[in-house]
Structures are given as structure tokens and as C-alpha cells.
Design a protein around this ligand. Structure first.
Ligand SMILES: Nc1nc2c(c(=O)[nH]1)N[C@H]1C(S)=C(S)[C@@H](COP(=O)(O)OP(=O)(O)OC[C@H]3O[C@@H](n4cnc5c(=O)[nH]c(N)nc54)[C@H](O)[C@@H]3O)O[C@H]1N2
Ligand SMILES: Nc1nc2c(c(=O)[nH]1)N[C@H]1C(S)=C(S)[C@@H](COP(=O)(O)OP(=O)(O)OC[C@H]3O[C@@H](n4cnc5c(=O)[nH]c(N)nc54)[C@H](O)[C@@H]3O)O[C@H]1N2
Ligand code: SF4
Ligand SMILES: [Mo]
Length: 683
């Protein structure tokens, strides 16, 4: 076994094969080659367990297809060039574009693969210094809608304290596939007697474990939330101290909720009235220890933000906000901010991004990717003509993939930083090999346990740059090197840490992480929240002034609201699977061979269409169609008329079918779920 062989060095770090960051020990041989990894039990996150995806990191580190040299497109083919020359040429072309078309003609796009923390803020810093409002990212599809929905109410996105809960509500999420560490917490709390409620139109893995599983029609969750708000208020069980002294707009939601009787909720969502009562009873019996965890399944509907806001109200009504076993307003370590928003406000640039989706701009200082892609195709004064893309593969993951492809092809300059030659990389003018997580060092905060850890560089590939080094080298070539003065990641990390009172040496000595602050509760008693009024905002004057509704009024989702003749099915695309990760890792044979694309279908729909397990069907929406094999589910696993399809497979890219022409009016999130589609058997 490698792990006990004295020839191998063991390095403690965190796994970033997904965003859970479980602690791992990585083994490397004398040549610096990664040979194996296993769980690092001393770290409180992960607690000695890792999932099967983690091992794929070894395959990726050594993969024969890894990009190792910069490539330049010449006459439709690829030429290998030196890194300094590639960076010089790219800098020259950026300068040229910006002098001809203005600073906003450049964009930076950051995908999910480097996370939402340090690497994202570095990319934002570079973008600011470049003088463009066109920072684009996966935040237009992931997490930001939930973060904004909760933050509008609480000034923060509280973390469900599942371990200490008496009632756990898993809403639009399936942790056994997406968040294995959370699943273990749920199971421990269940063993201690906590009840589990799951809200999901499918009988997901977690729904199989539930005491109550409510299966609403896709995108109707807001109505269910309002039904629960109605029951909690009517029963008088809500937390009076929090509501009377620290909230605003309670009367307005109490009045609005009255219409959401259990029978009205049943009519809207399909969840039987008695089940609505059971969920409310489960929550009431556990007050205030009700932990609601809301997943990504809520976000991809055109009413996702308001549905989130309605669900967010429940924390406060349960008295669970910032209470053990409820939802925690976690504290941050207080590291330095990287984004340059204060130093370079660039007020004149804000209108482009802020006029489209002001809430996204206010919270994230970024532009909606769907609108930016439209501009790339249309040209015009705000058009993006050059882009650096890192850690993402939007042709596979943004909606209306054919259009994404056309938009990227229309650019004058596309630079892609990648591990592999992806669909997006194929369209680039320059492809730069990027470091994977085992080839970087960065800080990571497990906010839930308020613990800071150091992710260590385990290995290096000659000539392959980490994210910091790339932004640094580009900034120095473009004349704003003063914003990237640190020689390398380690110097940068030391600067980040300075105000926290924890230094790099201490972190290096504590691979199990350092808790920077003990968890505190009910902090709203001592200090104002960061909402505009400092209180829990059931009603938001900020949203009202922007022309949105003050409280989270329920609006049915597109597929029940708008007629769509010829498209009788409703498609949910992208429920996670244990062995796949978006479009990443498809090159790892042990994952690819175990899986493949499919669309889940109710047996009655399969019978009506005359298709059986494994048969190919055409799946079509108003924007595009694909061929994909059918998986016939059991009678109770999915609702008739609803389909669920895998994402990330080039041979059946479901995002060719999902739609970018219907966006949530507040968050700007696209319709990647709840898409009206038609299905036809392939002869
Ligand atoms: N193995 C693996 N893990 C991952 C990822 C991965 O690709 N693979 N991706 C990571 C990323 S980036 C993310 S954002 C997270 C997402 O992780 P989660 O938030 O847990 O999302 P999913 O696992 O997709 O589960 C969403 C569930 O929502 C349900 N759903 C769909 N529509 C609705 C609806 O209208 N209402 C309700 N109530 N439920 C609905 C789906 O059926 C599905 O079971 O996972 C992360 N973890
Ligand atoms: N229909 C539908 N579409 C969806 C979703 C859905 O539920 N349904 N989910 C959406 C969500 S939540 C998300 S987060 C997005 C994800 O969308 P993307 O961010 O586009 O994610 P990936 O497809 O994983 O692409 C990541 C790319 O980064 C590369 N990469 C891996 N590690 C590194 C690294 O360390 N550095 C660099 N520079 N590159 C690296 C990988 O090779 C891969 O090509 O997909 C979204 N798309
Ligand atoms: S859940 Fe699995 S892939 Fe994700 S960080 Fe943990 S071990 Fe790695
Ligand atoms: Mo995501």
C-alpha cells in the first residue's frame, strides 16, 4: 500500500473534486507524482470519510490528456507556443481591443471548478483592474439566487445546523449525491431522533429516507412555503421576540399568507393538504430546532428567487434564525478583501450590468451571463469582444448551448484556461494549461464550523500556472501589476490572513484547521443585521424601489403560467449523480464508463410513448433538441409528465434544450428546469 511505503510523502490538504472540501491525505512518490489519496481523519470536516469522486483526483493529476503546453490557433490548427510568448501576445490583443472598443469590450468568465472563494475573488480583482464591468461567472446559474434570496431577508445566507436539529427540511436538494458530508450529519441527527422532511418532485435518494416526502409540481415551491407560513402564523407558535423587535413587514406577510390554505396549496402544488399539515406539525413539534437546507433545485425556475425568499421566511417564523439546531448566521475569519470594489468603484461602468439585473450587480458586482452572450452575438456598444474563460465549460453548462457556442465563436479573442481540451477550448484562440487543485495552495473556510484550513500544493507540472500566477503575469504585462504585487500564492495568502490573527505557519502546523471563532447564537440581540433596516426583512423597501414586489409574492412557474402547445412534458435537468460532476471528469474512465446520459421517465409516459429502458428518444424544446436514452423509473420515483435528464454529457448535452429566453426577473437565473418539452421515440 502506498500510504505506508516510506518512499512516499504524505501531504494533508482538502479535496476539491467538489465544493465540499473534505480533508484528505495525498501520497506522492519521489518524482512528485501523485499516487494515491485517502481521508484525513483529524479534520472535523469530512470526519475521516471521502466519497468515490475524490479518487478521480489521482487520475486527473496524471491524465495523459492533461494540457501541458500553451496552444495557439493558427489556420484552424493548434501550434504549441512558449508561455511568456503566449502571455505577451494575449496582453497585446487585449490592449488592442480595449483601445479600439473601450474597456468593457473585455470580459472574464469564471466557472465552478475553482469554487466561489479565493480564486473567484482573484478573477474579480483582475477584471476590476482591467476596467470592465463584464465579470461573468457561474453565479448566474448557481448559488447566487439562493444567497440573494436569503440575504434580502437576513443580510446573510444562514447555514442549516443540521447536526443539532430536531426537524430537518431538505428542500430541492439531494445531499447523498451532492453533499456527502451533509448526508452524514443528517443521518447522525436522524439517529438522535430528528425528523426528516424532504421536498422534491422526485423520490430522490434523500427522499427515500424521509418521514414526510412532499413532491410538488416543479417550480411551485413558493406556494408550499406560503402554506407553511400560514400554518405557523395561525398557530401562534412563531418567535415573538424576534418578530416584534427585530423584523419588519410581518403584518404584510401574515395578511398575504391567509389565502394559502392547505387546500389552495394542494391545488397549486399537487401536495395533498394533509401532507402540508404533517410538515407544519413536524416543524411545530421541533421549534425552534428546525434546520431548513435549500438546494440548487429551486434556482432554475423563473420564480426561483421569490420562492427562495418565501422559504427563507420560515427560519424566522420558526424562531430558528441563529439558534442551535436552526440556521446559523455564521461569522467569517475577517481576512482581507480582494475584489478592489472600494479602491476602484468604476461607478460609470455599473449601469451596463446594473440596469439589467440590479440585485445581482449589487450583491455580486457581476453581469448576467445570458445577457452578455446576447451582446456578444448582437455587437453594439456594450458588446464583449474578448474574453478570458477559466474553470468553466459554458457550452455544456449554460442554457441554449448552441447559442453559447455561436456567441463564443463570434469573439475576436477567446482565451481558455483548462485542464483538458473541452468544447469551449476548441473555440479558443489561445488555450492555456491550468493547475488543478492539487497544484495550488489556497485558504479555505468551512463556514459552518467556522474553521480555516490551508489547502496545500501537493505537486507541480512544469509550465502549468496556478490561477494567481496567471492573473499576476497578465496584470504586470497590462500595466496594473501594482494590484498584484505578491510574488506567489504563498505571499498572497499571507497578506490575506494578516488581519485574522492567524498566520500561515499556524495553519501549516494545524492541518486539521483552526476554528477562528466559537459559534455564537442569536447575535441579532446584540447587533443589527446587514439588511438596510438592520432587521429581518419580510418586506423589502429595496426591492420595492427597484420595481419588484415588497414581499415574496407567489408567481406560478412558466410551465404552468404560459401556454406551450406541442410541448406537453416538463423537464427538470441536472439532478446530481454521485459519479459525475457537470461536464468535468468525463475523461476519467472509472466515472465515464460507469455512467452515461439518460432521461428519467414515469412508466406510464414510457408506455404511452412506446419506449422501453435504454431506447433513444428525441427531447425538444423551443430552442433545441437532442437524442438521449430513456431510463424508465418506478411508479413512485417521478411524477407522470415530469422528466429528469442528466447534464454534462457531450453526446447528449441537455443544455441544448434548456432555455435562456425566460429569466427570473430578480436574479436573472435561466430556465434550466421546468422547461416545456416534447418527446418522440427515435424510429
Ligand atoms: N456528485 C456531484 N456533486 C455535486 C455536483 C455534481 O455535479 N455532482 N455539483 C455541485 C454543485 S455546483 C451544486 S450547485 C450542488 C447542487 O446540489 P443540490 O442542491 O443538492 O442539487 P441536486 O443534487 O441537483 O438536487 C436537486 C434536487 O432538486 C429537485 N428539484 C428539481 N426541481 C425542483 C423543484 O421545482 N422543487 C423542488 N423542491 N425540488 C426540485 C431535483 O429532483 C433534485 O433531486 O451539487 C454540488 N455537488
Ligand atoms: N440544465 C442544467 N444545467 C446546469 C445545472 C443544472 O442543474 N441543470 N447546474 C448548473 C450549476 S449549479 C453549475 S455550478 C454549472 C457548472 O458549470 P461549469 O462551471 O461550466 O462546470 P464544469 O462543466 O464542471 O466545467 C468546469 C471546467 O473547468 C475545468 N477545471 C477543473 N479544475 C480546474 C482548475 O482547477 N482550474 C481551471 N482553470 N479549470 C479547471 C474542467 O476541466 C471543466 O472543463 O452548471 C450549471 N448547469
Ligand atoms: S464530497 Fe467527495 S469529491 Fe467532494 S470534497 Fe468530499 S471527498 Fe471530495
Ligand atoms: Mo452549482
Amino acid at each position: 500500500m502506498s500510504r505506508i511505503d516510506p518512499n512516499y510523502a504524505a501531504v494533508q490538504t482538502l479535496c476539491r473534486m467538489c465544493d465540499n472540501h473534505c480533508a484528505i491525505t495525498v501520497y506522492r512518490d519521489r518524482d512528485g507524482r501523485v499516487v494515491d489519496l485517502d481521508a484525513f481523519a483529524a479534520h472535523p470536516w469530512g470526519r475521516g470519510r471521502i466519497c468515490s469522486k475524490a479518487h478521480g483526483a489521482v487520475d486527473i493529476a496524471n491524465h495523459p490528456d492533461r494540457l501541458r503546453k500553451p496552444l495557439k490557433k493558427t489556420n484552424g490548427g493548434w501550434e504549441v507556443i512558449d508561455l511568456p510568448q503566449a502571455l505577451d501576445e494575449i496582453a497585446g490583443r487585449i490592449r488592442d481591443l480595449q483601445s479600439r472598443y473601450g474597456p468593457q469590450s473585455m470580459a472574464v468568465w469564471k466557472g465552478e471548478a475553482t469554487g466561489f472563494n479565493q480564486q473567484e475573488t482573484l478573477a474579480k480583482r483582475f477584471c476590476r483592474a482591467l476596467g470592465t464591468p463584464n465579470f461573468l461567472s457561474v453565479d448566474s446559474l448557481c448559488f447566487a439566487s439562493r444567497m440573494m434570496g436569503y440575504s434580502l431577508v437576513y443580510g446573510c445566507w444562514p447555514k442549516a445546523d443540521v447536526v443539532n436539529a430536531r426537524c430537518i427540511v431538505i428542500w430541492a436538494a439531494n445531499p447523498p449525491t451532492s453533499h456527502p458530508p451533509l448526508t452524514r450529519m443528517i443521518m447522525d441527527a436522524r439517529a438522535d431522533g430528528a425528523n426528516l422532511v424532504v421536498v422534491d418532485p422526485r423520490l430522490s435518494m434523500i427522499a427515500r429516507q424521509a418521514d414526510v416526502h412532499a413532491a410538488p409540481r416543479p417550480g411551485t415551491d413558493g406556494a408550499l412555503a406560503w402554506g407553511l407560513i400560514h400554518r405557523l402564523i395561525e398557530s401562534g407558535h412563531y418567535d415573538r421576540e424576534l418578530i416584534e423587535n427585530h423584523s419588519i413587514g410581518f403584518d404584510k406577510i401574515a395578511a398575504y399568507a391567509r389565502a394559502f390554505t392547505p387546500s389552495r396549496v394542494e391545488a397549486e402544488t399537487g401536495v395533498p393538504a394533509a401532507e402540508v399539515e404533517r410538515i407544519a406539525a413536524c416543524m411545530q413539534a421541533a421549534l425552534p430546532r428546525v434546520a431548513i437546507y435549500l438546494g440548487n433545485g429551486i434556482e432554475h425556475y423563473d420564480n426561483g428567487l421569490e420562492n427562495t425568499r418565501a422559504i427563507a421566511y420560515l427560519d424566522a417564523l420558526c424562531g430558528a434564525f441563529d439558534v442551535a439546531g436552526g440556521s446559523l448566521d455564521v461569522e467569517v475569519p475577517g481576512e482581507r478583501t480582494v475584489t478592489l470594489y472600494d479602491e476602484l468603484p468604476l461607478e460609470d461602468l455599473a449601469p451596463i450590468a446594473a440596469d439589467e439585473f440590479p440585485v445581482l450587480y449589487d450583491f455580486r458586482r457581476e453581469r448576467n451571463t445570458m445577457r452578455a452572450l446576447d451582446d456578444m452575438l448582437a455587437g453594439g456598444p456594450n458588446a464583449v469582444r474578448g474574453m478570458i474563460l477559466t474553470a468553466g465549460n459554458p457550452i455544456m453548462t449554460n442554457p441554449n448551448a448552441r447559442k453559447v457556442e455561436r456567441a463564443l465563436a463570434a469573439l475576436d479573442l477567446l482565451v481558455v484556461r483548462e485542464l483538458f481540451m473541452t468544447r469551449c477550448a476548441e473555440l479558443a484562440d489561445y488555450v492555456l494549461p491550468a493547475a488543478m487543485f492539487l497544484e495550488r495552495t489556497e485558504l479555505y473556510c468551512h463556514a459552518q464550523i467556522q474553521t480555516l484550513s490551508l489547502c496545500n500544493r501537493v505537486t507541480t507540472i512544469a509550465g502549468v500556472q496556478d490561477e494567481y500566477r496567471f492573473w499576476h503575469d497578465m496584470a504586470h504585462r497590462l500595466g496594473f501589476g501594482a494590484h498584484f504585487p505578491w510574488r506567489d500564492e504563498t505571499e498572497f495568502n499571507a497578506w490575506l490572513l494578516e488581519p485574522t490573527g492567524i498566520d500561515l505557519e499556524a495553519l501549516a502546523q494545524h492541518p486539521e484547521g483552526i476554528q477562528y471563532k466559537p459559534i455564537g447564537y442569536r447575535k441579532w440581540r446584540q447587533r443589527a443585521l446587514t439588511t438596510p433596516t438592520g432587521k429581518v426583512e419580510f418586506a423589502s423597501a429595496y426591492l420595492r424601489d427597484l420595481g419588484y414586489s415588497e414581499i415574496a409574492e407567489y408567481r406560478p412557474p412558466y410551465h404552468t403560467r404560459e401556454p406551450h402547445p406541442g410541448y406537453p412534458f416538463v423537464l427538470i435537468a441536472g439532478a446530481r449523480d454521485t459519479l459525475t460532476y457537470h461536464s468535468s471528469y468525463k475523461r476519467v474512465p472509472r466515472f465515464r464508463d460507469a455512467r452515461g446520459p439518460f432521461v428519467e421517465m414515469h412508466p406510464s409516459d414510457a408506455a404511452r410513448l412506446g419506449v422501453s429502458e435504454g431506447d433513444a428518444v428525441t427531447l425538444a424544446s423551443t430552442v433545441g433538441s437532442i437524442r438521449i436514452p430513456v431510463r424508465v423509473m418506478a411508479d413512485n420515483e417521478i411524477t407522470p409528465g415530469v422528466l429528469q435528464a442528466t447534464t454534462g454529457w457531450a453526446e447528449a448535452n441537455v443544455n441544448i434544450v434548456t432555455r435562456d429566453d425566460v429569466l427570473d426577473p430578480v436574479s436573472g437565473f435561466p430556465m434550466q428546469k421546468g422547461v416545456p418539452v416534447r418527446v418522440e421515440p427515435v424510429a
